[in-house]
Design a protein. Structure first.
Length: 84
């Protein structure tokens, strides 16, 4: 039941976030401090769980700075992690 509730929260945040920021895609990552890893249960336009190091790519930049980033063309950003 708890996993279903978490999935519902992720879905709601992703849907609202895309609309609020007028974004094509969005990802919500959770920080696992013990593993120094970020994971996402839901990524709009993708399925499954995404895992990356907490300092990798654009999301790592967000974690390090504590700031939200809305990048017009993420694929052309030098921090873009093509493995995700």
């Amino acid at each position: 039941k708890r996993a279903k509730e978490l999935h519902s929260v992720f879905d709601h945040v992703m849907s609202s976030g895309k609309t609020l920021f007028q974004a094509e895609r969005a990802s919500l990552f959770m920080l696992d401090k013990e593993k120094n890893e970020l994971w996402s249960q839901v990524a709009t336009g993708a399925k499954g769980i995404i895992k990356v190091k907490a300092n990798a790519g654009i999301i790592g930049a967000c974690v390090q700075s504590g700031e939200l980033l809305n990048i017009a063309d993420a694929y052309n950003d030098e921090r873009f992690n093509q493995e995700v």
